[in-house]
Structures are given as C-alpha cells and as structure tokens.
Design a binder for this molecule. Structure first.
Ligand code: HXC
Length: 507
C-alpha cells in the first residue's frame, strides 16, 4: 500500500506534467486564466480544499485539492465578479459531485451578491466514475443558470472541450465566447455521430469556434488565444451593469455631445440600393474614446449588434448592415437582434437602433424555416423592452421591416430620421410594378416611379403623423440629437402594464 507522502509526490508530478501538456496545446491552466481575467491580486478563492468522495474505478488514491475547478471572486476594473474556472489538469476538468457543489455554491453566491459570473469551461464533461451524482450536478447547475437569467450577467468562455449535456450550461447563459483552435462544443462527439448517422466529421468541423461563430450562431465572439479572449471579456464587463438592479456603467467621456461630423453628410450614397458600411456611421455617432464591442460579428452580418457608449453611458446598438444582403432581415438576423435586445432590456441598457432596411428576405428557404415565428421574436423583443429606445432612420425603412426596427409603433421613445430617408410600404420600382402591372410604357413607368418617390418615399408623411419625432436636416448634427435623446430618457421608468406569470415569446 502506498503511503500518503508518495501519493502526494506522484500527484504533484502528474499535475506538473498535465500543466505542461496544457501549455504545449496553447492553453493556459485554470489559475493562469483567472490571473489574466481579474485585477492583479484581487482573486479570493473559496473551497480550495474540497476533494471528491468517490472510490470507484481508480479514484480512491487520487484526491486532488479543488476537485478540478477553481471558484471564487475577483475584480475587473475594481468591480466584483464571481468566477468558476475548470481545471483540465485534474481529471480532465470533469464534472463530479463535489466539483458540481463548488460550481453551485459560487452560482448561489453570485446571485445573492448580485454580481456577474464568468464560467471558464475546459472539461471532459460528466465524470464517468461518479455516474448519476455527476449528471444531477449538471441539472442543478442548469437550474441556477435559469434562476440567474435576467438577474445577473452570466458569461461563458469555452477554452477547451465542452461536450454532451455540459453544453447546456453555457447555452443558458447570456454570452458564449470561444478560443480559436482549442475549444469545441457539441451535444454528441464525432464518434457518436459516426455510429449513429455514419457521418464522418472532426471536432473542429462539428463544433469548433468557426462553426459556432458563423453557422450556428451559438458563439458570440472568437478570439485567437486564451490571453486575448480574457482581455476581451474584461472589456465586455466594462459595459455591463452588475445586475438587473444596478445602474449602467458610466465612464467619463472627453468627447463632446455636440461634436459635429461633417463626413456624415455624404456617408450614405444617393442611389438607394448602393451598399455602404453602417459601421462607419456607428463610429461617428458614439463616443470617440468609447469602444464598440460587437456581439456575433460573424453571424447574420446583415445586422450589427454590440455595446458602445454615448456621453459616457453604456448603450446597446442594433443596426441594419447594407453591406450584407442589402441589410434585409432574415431568420438569423431576427434571432440575433432579438436576443441582444432582450439582454439589454433585462439589464437596463438603453438601445440605439440605426435603420436602413429594404424589408424581410423573401423566399421559400425563409418561409419554410419559420421566418414568421423568428421575425416575430424581433417584434416581441422591441415591443416588450422598456429601456430607453432611440431610433434613427438613415436611408430606407420599408414595409414590415419599418415597423420592426424600433419604430414608434413598437414603443420607440424618440424616433429620428435623416431628411432623405424613405419610409414606405416598399421601394418605388416594386410599388409601381404592382400598382400598374405591365400596362405602362418605359417612360410612363419612370414618371410614376419618381411621383411615388416624391409622394411616399420620404420621411415627411411619417413626420407629419408624429411617427418620427424630428427630421435631422444635416446628418453632421446627429450625434447631438442622439445624445439629447438619451439624456431626455435618462430617468425613463416603464413597466409592462399587466401582471403575468411570464410572456409567451414566440420560440
Ligand atoms: C473522468 C475524464 C473524463 C471524464 C477526461 N477524463 N474526461 N475522467 N470523466 N468525462 C480524464 C482522462 O481520463 C485523463 O485522465 C484526463 O482527464 C485527460 O484526458 P485525456 O483524454 O488524456 O485528454 P485529451 O486527449 O485532451 O481528450 C480530452 C477528451 C477526452 C476529448 C475530453 O478525455 C474524452 O473524450 N473524454 C470523455 C468525454 C465524454 O464522453 N464525457 C462524457 C460526456 S456526456 P488521466 O488520469 O489519464 O490524466 C456528458 C453528459 C452530461 O457530459 C449530461 C449533463 C446533462
């Protein structure tokens, strides 16, 4: 029988070898990750002495302190967060009974203390030797994820394997970030896929960061390595309130709300179907010294979502992107924007919407895959949001998409437009074709198109009805108008009027 000293020595040798293996795969250890995430010296660990209670399948002489996860508190720019960092060097970060209890404890404490929680995932999943204790532990973590949803921001960072049912804890949190080349997520791995469907696929193609950031939309951003990823999470946390009852963070800004941007006067092409980059408008409007932290940059690129600052205060931005699919709204864009708006609303982050949208994307693909329900998600999100909602129509807003994109009709508090914005049921060409079918000569058709443009494709009628609060004659002055709008709404308090257990969001 081995004595305790020899067990300790061989265990610490193993740990060193596993840490080296982690480094050789361009991954940091659990504690190194925490050091980068938090302000220097601010981390306070709890439950560092916890060990598992399992004696099955060779676990009886392997008791590593901490049981494969480090939990505790730290500060990011002097604001508290809770942390849970899985340690792949101990049992592959697998989720056993005591490991689970540590996770639950920090989840409970984060919720009670009303502080954000960051989960760093690097784990082989349910600890096989611990059977149902492990599975139950996941279930109880999921319960806590759901209870915390909308109360404290929950951020998941995938920094290694995340497989099986384990993916559903990240799936229940607000954001999922991944590291390129070292992280993957899937419900069933390549071997199971091969057995069941005979499909041959590797980790990366099944659930790597590229797949989840561009195709599935599961992942909110991908970073090159652990260090870059954690530094970006610090940046994100600067935009977030501590909880749903905390104020939105304000960083003093040196950028005057009255700053004029002459280039905005010419930023939108005269030709209403010519593409341009909406990001250039965003950059001119938000604080010059403020960041823009983009969410789901590589997914549904026809809509932009992200956090920025106006006059120092964090805001969420939703904007059509004419560079991709002319800025049409499709299923993916609807889901992406709806989820972002709901996050902002849950955490009292005001929303700025920038509109240049030709409509919903037509076609069987969209209809058969459920654009009716998914488009409804976006309507639902705007309509139920009670945070300050400021909307600017920069070029066109047609049909249903006009209504959806933060219009007055869905509770837009202050809706602005540039003078040449077109607000209509559809574009002039399409309208004339429908109204006159093929009855017109080319000359008459072009006269009707320009008549239509003059009469309907302007913001004047919408402004005359009060659907637009103000028409900005010179786009260069837009920043001032937007800063004023958010200032007016600073103390807005609004609640959904009727008691309900919860709504029935179209899922
Ligand atoms: C116990 C595990 C483990 C697990 C890994 N290890 N996964 N121990 N339970 N689930 C241990 C290994 O035995 C090894 O121990 C150490 O962790 C490192 O693992 P390696 O295999 O050497 O690492 P690597 O080559 O990088 O492979 C990583 C891996 C692989 C792809 C994750 O370990 C693997 O396939 N693990 C099993 C994955 C799995 O099927 N999990 C269950 C999913 S189902 P030593 O002592 O040798 O260092 C699930 C259900 C959840 O999670 C349901 C929730 C509702």
């Amino acid at each position: 029988m081995k004595n305790e000293n020899s067990i300790n020595l061989s265990n610490s040798l193993k740990l060193q070898q596993r840490a080296d293996r982690q480094h050789s795969r361009y991954k940091l250890t659990a504690s190194e990750r925490i050091e980068i995430l938090v302000d220097p010296g601010s981390f306070i660990e709890i439950d560092s002495l916890v060990v598992h209670r399992c004696n099955e399948f060779g676990l009886s002489d392997q008791h590593y302190k901490g049981d494969g996860v480090i939990v505790g508190y730290g500060k990011v720019n002097n604001r508290l967060i809770a942390i849970c960092s899985q340690d792949f060097t101990i049992f592959g970060g697998s989720f056993g009974e005591m490991h689970a209890r540590k996770v639950h404890k920090i989840q409970d404490m984060a919720l009670k203390a009303k502080i954000p929680i960051v989960f760093m995932n690097d784990s082989g999943g349910a600890r096989i030797q611990e059977g149902v204790d492990s599975l139950g532990g996941y279930g109880e973590a999921f319960m806590r994820n759901v209870k915390s949803s909308g109360v404290i921001p929950q951020i998941s960072v995938i920094m290694g394997p995340c497989a099986g049912g384990a993916v559903y804890s990240p799936g229940l949190t607000d954001f999922i970030f991944m590291v390129s080349g070292t992280s993957y997520m899937y419900v069933t791995g390549p071997d199971v896929v091969k057995n069941v469907t005979h499909e041959i696929v590797n980790h990366e193609k099944l659930g790597g960061s590229k797949v989840h950031s561009t195709k599935s939309g599961v992942c909110d951003a991908v970073f090159d390595d652990d260090i870059e990823c954690l530094l970006q999470i610090r940046r994100l946390i600067n935009f977030l309130p501590m909880s749903n009852s905390s104020p939105v963070p304000v960083l003093p800004s040196k950028d005057s709300p009255d700053r004029i941007s002459p280039s905005l006067d010419k930023i939108v092409p005269d030709d209403s179907i010519k593409p341009y980059n909406m990001m250039n408008i965003i950059q001119k409007l938000v604080d010059e010294d403020g960041d823009f932290f983009e969410i789901k940059k590589d997914f549904a690129q026809n809509i932009i979502t992200g956090f920025s600052r106006i006059d120092g205060s964090a805001i969420g931005i939703v904007a059509n992107q004419p560079l991709h699919m002319a800025g049409c709204i499709d299923i993916n864009a609807s889901i992406k924007a709806a989820r972002f708006i709901r996050f902002c609303d849950a955490f009292n982050i005001p929303i700025l919407t920038l509109v240049d949208v030709p409509g919903f994307l037509p076609g069987t693909n969209q209809e058969h895959n459920g654009i009716i329900i998914d488009g409804a998600k976006l309507i639902f999100a705007y309509a139920e949001a009670t945070v300050p909602k400021v909307t600017l129509i920069v070029r066109k807003a047609y049909g249903g998409a006009y209504i959806v994109m933060g219009s007055k009709h869905l509770g837009g508090d202050i809706v602005l437009s540039w003078e040449n914005a077109e607000i209509a049921v559809m574009g002039a060409d399409a309208a004339v074709s429908i109204l006159y079918k093929n009855q017109l000569s080319a000359k008459d058709k072009s006269t009707k198109i320009s008549d239509y443009k003059q009469k309907f494709a302007t913001s004047k009628i919408a402004a005359s009805r009060g659907f637009i609060d103000d028409v900005i004659l010179h786009p260069r002055n837009t920043r001032r108008a937007i800063c004023n709008a958010f200032e007016i709404l600073k103390n807005k308090k609004d609640t959904n009027q009727f008691w309900k257990k919860h709504d029935n969001l179209p899922l």
